[in-house]
Ligand binder design. Structure first.
Ligand code: 5AD
Ligand code: FES
Length: 350
């Protein structure tokens, strides 16, 4: 056994037993080009201890691709004049829930750009109606930065969970990915507000964004240790042709898989999705994600007619003709790696 392998193994073992490691050890795991099978195996075994072979599914409904923000990486940034904008009607949203419920989804994720026309009243109205119709389902919102009052009113209307990735926990790096009016501090404040209100909170970051260093990823892990979120969504950065980052390289799948595995060891209870971005960078990316600690899938429930328009990055999967088949397709994919989709609300196990 080589020295490096030996030290990888001892780092993994420390991380598994203490859910923590010193900065230098974490950096070795984040950066290594060594075979990380011991990391992946440990992550899968911790996943099985906590969640067995269960995979939870969340039906993702993309409400609107209007966005007032101008993040440099994102295909639906307001500065992109090429994207064809759309908004779902309340009826279309409820119809997606109805189809989703029939298919076995017990969590609906309402996601969208920061669209002024989905104002607080309208969101409350939609949440109230979904809550009334589906008492046994979780309602997850992913609508960006809002006031604490707005978050509270959505919660009181029946929303249970909120997803808001911090994107990067390093201030200087945050400023390289976003225009000056966007601030990491506000993002973090939103996450703390959501927690205080009582939401199950999801955060997360992209792997391989332009200007990201190992220290940035370490900052992400340390911030998550503070926040202790219920869900952590990560995926590789993928460039979009009509953004300022069009010519930057995509993130790496291997590094994303290592980060998922590290997160599983640090947060044994967490809900970790194998994301669409991971399935886009490699046809088997989501399957690999499941094998290294991920336990959630978030298939698209949006009407097929709008899916292509919610293109955060190039070549996003499940936007074409095959999209109606996602549920069956996923069942097969999950079974192929030895796990099982469950029809279950899938709350976090703390
Ligand atoms: N590549 C990968 N992920 C992206 N997201 C946005 N743009 C991209 C991109 N180009 C992610 C962000 C956001 C989530 C909804 O999608 O992390 O929070
Ligand atoms: Fe959408 Fe396979 S998951 S087609």
């Amino acid at each position: 056994m080589s020295n490096t392998n030996h030290s990888l193994e001892s780092i993994v073992s420390t991380l598994r037993t203490t859910r923590n490691a010193d900065d230098d050890s974490l950096k070795i795991l984040i950066e290594t080009s060594q075979n990380c099978q011991c990391l992946f195996d440990a992550a899968d075994s911790v996943r099985r201890e906590n969640y067995g072979i269960n995979v939870y599914v969340r039906g993702l409904i993309e409400l609107s691709n209007y966005c007032k923000n101008n993040c440099y990486y994102c295909g639906i940034r307001c500065g992109n004049p090429v994207v064809e904008r759309y908004r779902l009607t309340d009826d279309e949203i409820l119809n997606c829930c109805e189809i989703g419920y029939e298919l076995g989804y017990r969590t609906f994720v309402l996601q969208g750009g920061e669209d002024g026309l989905f104002n607080d009243n309208r969101v409350c109205k939609i949440v109230t109606e979904i809550r009334k119709r589906y008492a046994d389902c979780a309602i997850t919102l992913s609508l960006g930065e809002k006031s604490e009052t707005a978050y509270k009113s959505f919660y009181d209307a029946g929303a249970n969970r909120y997803l808001l990735r911090h994107e990067t926990a390093n201030d200087a790096h945050y400023a390289k990915l976003h225009p000056p009016e966007m601030m990491l501090e506000n993002r973090k404040q939103c996450l703390w507000n959501l927690k205080r209100i009582g939401y199950q909170v999801g955060s997360g970051f992209m792997v391989g964004t332009p200007y990201q260093t190992t220290d940035c990823l370490l900052d992400d892990l340390r911030f998550l240790q503070e926040l202790q979120p219920d869900m952590i969504g990560i995926g590789p950065f993928l460039s979009h042709r009509d953004t300022p980052f069009a010519s930057f390289q995509n993130g790496s799948m291997q590094q994303t898989l290592r980060m998922i595995a590290i997160l599983r060891l640090m947060f044994p209870y967490a809900l970790l999705p194998a994301t669409t971005a991971l399935g886009t960078i490699d046809p088997l990316g989501r399957e690999f994600g499941l094998k290294v600690g991920a336990n959630v899938l978030m298939p698209n429930l949006s009407p097929i007619t709008v899916r292509k328009k919610y293109e955060l990055y190039d070549n996003k999967i499940c936007t074409g003709e095959e999209a109606a088949e996602c549920r069956n397709c996923l069942a097969g994919r999950v079974a192929s790696v030895g796990y099982e989709i469950v029809t279950h609300i899938g709350n976090v196990k703390r």
